[in-house]
Design a protein around this ligand. Structure first.
Ligand code: ATP
Length: 684
């Protein structure tokens, strides 16, 4: 976008890397695999598994650093992995020697943090961590020889602590990607303006008389990164500040959220490597000879199940120990000492990840991928004991969230995936919300995703959320959904007054012929971040008792059980139209001006209706699935006809219910806009 303002201001460096061009990357990746990766692997068995901590000294460190520089192409933009480039037999043999000891139940000791981390007496200057300053290892040698080193060190230590406190518990960053070829071909417009850390979405809407107008939605976030911002800059803005904290017993999580095809994988993929480069630097210098070790693990959550991406998708179990610590039994962790090794692991894991094609992205991630960098330390004086966890940095590339419109052409599997994904996204938000409010209870049981991340949510933690958005007019609704989700996460911060989705129609485009009606017509939304929020146990709308009775009868009959048992209970949610207390406008909102209240209420109402619409549609899909199953299982004596007709009735009731809700919303909004008064949501 011309004349755009760079949002990261002076702190961000603008030097683009050659590899910013994805085309460059694919070729560079190929080059890397050919010329560097495999050779490196063959020649350096020590690079993982048997790295001798700080004993490798400058040589190994320097090599790691050089490797980091050499692998700079990778740090730029993600690459297409070439799993299998390395022969399987060779991989297997090497892998076995690369594993850290005690592969099973590695996390049973992970979750116990070291009681105290001795602070380095060799603390380097703050510039150590800033790669932009271009300091080499030689610079640090020189630094360590300075005569007034102790004073400088003390100052640096204080600065380090200050920096640590200064890193927000939750940081929400938005990244806008450029228009892609498909969008440009369809003449879709860039409707997202960025300015510093503000962002405006220009939504084209239709009035009742079908004249088009543009509604402006303004948002403020911790940072807004536009389409010209490189992955390097994204790293500096998001993960870089939290990296030193993991040496201070902090667990940090960085995740990307956004619609399918919005750039989550593109954004997330380079981050772990960049972070590990900085971690290794800190290990080799600031914390030299302190026995820190770096471990990498990579797994995915697909359909509510865990798979090890570094062990040919071996299925993993999650267990809770006596101390309610979550252990991922069988997850393999690799001890690594240079970035090449990490790069290979990332490539390998990414290639193994579940992907599929959706209407919006040809290679859509269908799983949540979690890459963890764990810093561990040997128990002093006892080398035989496994090292203890110090801190952890988790990178989560969330699966693409998608709407019904995208899934209509897709198969049952894709739709079920979508439901699972939505559920976990909601659960994630709930945990962040609880975390930021310092609530005693973190609802991590809401999904596998949050359960797995339980230890990242507990204690002293940091969260960075990167919301990825498409700029195109065709994705307007998704973009607004993403930004609202991000906005809510942001507004969860105590004392945060950044909720600024100021809906105001500023331009009344009465010459609406200029706007093609097709692009202006509203599309049904059925992605909602609050999908499950409205589903409570108290069901005052949907009486499933008949259905349950029938189910029991058929279960007794024994003929349907294998395919049916458990599915109905899991899949048929209980709808309710009651809002939970947490959905009501927050007290801090009430203090703001009446416009904000009005908008907040409007927003709540819209969310409410969208959630119901989504749920009704989900329910309809579920019932349809059940019907198909029943038809397949139709056998004499099961009396399925009555059951099917009852399901049909439920379907019709749902359809009528949703229409009613939509009408009520339209009416409600009209009144709000006409009278500009607050209307209680009670009784809605
Ligand atoms: N900032 C960007 N600059 C250039 N290209 C980008 C950018 N962001 C995304 N892309 C391109 O857009 C396409 C989709 O991106 P990506 O696969 O990262 O989306 P996603 O959000 O991870 O999708 P899904 O959730 O379906 O996996 C890719 O081809 C990617 O290269």
């Amino acid at each position: 976008m011309s004349g755009r303002q760079r949002s990261v201001a002076a702190a961000v460096h603008h030097q683009r890397q050659l590899s910013d061009n994805p085309l460059d990357m694919s070729s560079s990746n190929g080059r890397w695999l050919q010329s560097t990766g495999l050779q490196h692997f063959q020649s350096s068995a020590n690079d993982y598994g048997y790295y001798a901590g700080g004993q490798g000294g400058g040589g190994q460190a320097a090599r790691g650093y050089q490797n980091a520089q050499r692998g700079n192409e990778f740090f730029g933009e993600p690459t297409t992995p070439q799993y299998g480039a390395r022969p399987t037999n060779q991989r297997k043999n090497n892998d076995e020697s690369e594993f850290s000891p005690g592969l099973l139940d590695l996390h049973s000791f992970d979750t116990e943090l070291l009681p105290e981390i001795p602070v380095s007496n060799q603390l380097d200057g703050p510039s150590l961590f800033n790669p932009s300053q271009g300091q080499s290892f030689d610079d640090f040698e020189a630094y360590n020889k300075q005569p007034n080193r102790s004073r400088v060190l003390a100052e640096n230590l204080a600065a380090e602590k200050e920096r640590m406190n200064a890193v927000a518990k939750i940081k929400v960053v938005v990244r806008k990607r450029p228009l892609n070829k498909k969008e440009s071909t369809k003449n879709e417009e860039d409707i997202v303006d960025t300015h510093a850390n503000c962002l405006t979405v220009h939504e084209t809407k239709l009035k009742v008389d079908l004249t088009a107008y543009v509604e402006k939605h303004e948002f403020v976030f911790d940072a807004v990164l536009d389409e010209e911002v490189s992955n390097d800059e994204v790293y500096r803005e998001t993960v870089e500040p939290v990296v030193p904290l993991i040496f201070q017993r902090i667990k940090a999580t960085c995740f990307a959220y956004g619609q399918t095809g919005s750039g989550k994988t593109y954004t997330m993929k380079p981050l772990p490597l960049k972070a590990s480069r900085d971690i290794l630097r800190l290990m080799h210098h600031t914390y030299r000879n302190q026995g820190f070790q770096l471990f990498v693990s990579f797994f995915e959550i697909y359909g509510g199940k865990l798979y090890d991406l570094l062990s040919e998708r071996k299925k993993l179990c999650m267990r809770e120990d006596g101390k309610q610590q979550v252990c991922i039994v069988g997850l393999q962790e690799y001890r690594v000492s240079d970035t090449d090794a990490i790069m290979e692991l990332i490539e390998r894991g990414s290639a193994t990840r579940s992907t599929g094609t959706t209407g919006a992205n040809e290679e859509s991630s269908r799983s949540h991928a979690i890459l963890q960098l764990a810093i561990k330390k040997s128990v002093e004086g006892n080398q035989s004991k496994p090292p203890r966890l110090v801190g952890k940095l988790s990178f989560i590339d969330l699966a693409g969230s998608e709407r019904g419109a995208d899934t209509t052409d897709n198969d049952k599997q894709t739709r079920l995936e979508g439901a699972e994904i939505n559920k976990s996204l909601l659960a994630l938000k709930e945990c962040i919300r609880a975390l930021d409010n310092d609530q005693g209870h973190i609802p991590f049981r809401g999904s596998k995703l949050t359960e797995v991340l339980r230890d990242s949510f507990m204690g002293n933690s940091r969260t960075v959320m990167i919301s990825c958005i498409s700029p195109s007019s065709g994705s307007c609704e998704h973009t607004l959904n993403t930004l609202r989700y991000a906005d809510r996460v942001k507004s969860l911060s105590k004392g945060n007054a950044s909720k600024k989705d100021v809906s105001s129609s500023t331009m009344n485009l009465r010459e609406s012929t200029k706007i093609p009606l097709s692009s202006a017509l509203p599309t049904p939304s059925n992605f909602d971040d609050d999908v499950n929020e409205m589903w409570t146990e108290e069901n005052d709308e949907f009486d499933a008792s008949d259905y349950e009775q029938d189910k029991q009868m058929w279960k007794k009959n024994g003929k349907l059980e294998p395919s049916y048992n458990g599915m109905a209970q899991e899949r048929i949610p209980k709808p309710t139209i009651q809002m939970k207390s947490r959905d009501m406008p927050r007290p801090d909102m009430k203090k703001s001006n009446s416009d904000d209240n009005l908008n907040a209420l409007l927003q709540e109402e819209e969310d409410l209706v969208n959630a119901h619409r989504k749920q009704v549609e989900d329910t309809m899909n579920i019932v349809k699935e059940e019907m198909n199953l029943l038809v397949e299982a139709d056998q004499p004596g099961n009396q399925l006809d009555g059951y099917i007709s009852r399901l049909n009735t439920i379907l019709s009731q749902k359809a009528a219910g949703i229409l009613q809700l939509q009408n009520r919303l339209a009416h409600f909004q009209k009144r709000l806009r006409e009278h500009n008064v607050l209307v209680s949501t009670t009784g809605y």
